[in-house]
Write a new protein. Structure first.
Lengths: 189, 189
DNA sequence: GTCTATAGAAAGATAGAC
DNA sequence: GTCTATCTTTCTATAGAC
């Protein structure tokens, strides 16, 4: 069981990194196997439904990774505006050392696959909604009414995903820094 | 010359539509040719540098299409907040009749290609900056100082691109409607 | 259970007839 | 200039040895 998990986990780790950087269609199974060091046969043993199953699990893995990041930054013992700003600036930092991109969220996968695979679309939707729920909870805790907090969660998540695309295109984190700068205006009661 | 243009334009029109809906890697040249009705030979006659050149021209065509849409909605004779809201709600409408998606901006292409093709990345960057310039100009005309207007242009563009991804995932335009709802808060002086 | 070899389809690109 | 036929590579997926 331990060897099985090592092989499976290494394939999933490589898939998670590559899918989110290069996209679903831009990443070949051969590349995932080469990076993970596993042979092709074991991919279809561990992921019998092939590429689609691997992508769904990669989205779920990325969802948990980002959820932990959100929980780290949105602690209840810091000011809510500062917390959101530091969360966003933490994402922005990745775009300055442009080679070591990692943990880029699922926007690319979501846009690519929403029209072609219902299971993948639902996995992306669940990831987005999970993050938005964490945002909303933190806002409610800070005194916003639940209806507004839910809306703001979706708005903030959309802003972040869009600014990531914009930062990728600019090859720097400035768009994300700008989003962080305007958080206080958006959250002003 | 007229026949040449007809063939070239029909290939470019199909490429523009398909690239922006399905992405760069998700769209094959065969599919573009099938939809345009042109044979494969003429693609490489009109676009000697192949798929990359076709994608660059498709991004530029989409940039102009969106620019005209922005100019239509951001007229100087309507209130600036209302103008931005109607511009965004016009995009949102497309996501309600989910089958006739058309004119979805370049976010997917930008995220897919920024790391693999410098010419394509620059084409996407130029498109984004063109739209942001129009946003900023309209804000300056409405009395915002130029520095704030430029920043807001980038923030608004990022919000729209992110909300499009989010709307694609939800299969409805609600995230875009929410962005429109929060425009007055963002633009409050 | 793990891995190699390969099938079968589709990708982008090109050569050359007309 | 326009089009057809084909090349090479790469893709996902599978069969079967061990």
């Amino acid at each position: 069981m331990s060897t099985k998990n090592v092989s499976r986990e290494s394939i999933l780790a490589a898939a998670t990194r590559l899918f989110h950087l290069q996209g679903y269609h831009g990443t070949g199974l051969n590349q995932i196997l080469k990076e993970s060091g596993a042979p092709k046969g074991s991919l279809y043993y561990h992921f019998p439904e092939g590429k689609e199953q691997l992508a769904i699990e990669a989205v779920q893995a990325m969802a948990i990774y980002i959820e932990n990041d959100i929980k780290t930054y949105l602690r209840y013992d810091v000011d809510v505006m500062t917390a959101f700003q530091e969360h966003i600036r933490h994402i922005a930092e990745q775009f300055n050392n442009t080679d070591e991109l990692d943990g880029v969220p699922i926007g690319l996968m979501a846009a690519e696959t929403s029209l072609i695979s219902e299971p993948l679309r639902k996995a992306c939707q669940a990831a987005f909604e999970g993050w938005e729920l964490l945002y909303a909870k933190r806002l409610i805790e800070a005194g916003y009414d639940p209806a507004s907090a839910q809306k703001l969660g979706i708005v903030i998540n959309s802003m972040i995903e869009g600014a990531i695309t914009r930062s990728l295109t600019n090859k720097n984190g400035e768009p994300l820094q700008l989003i962080a700068e305007y958080i206080p205006i958006l959250l002003k009661k």
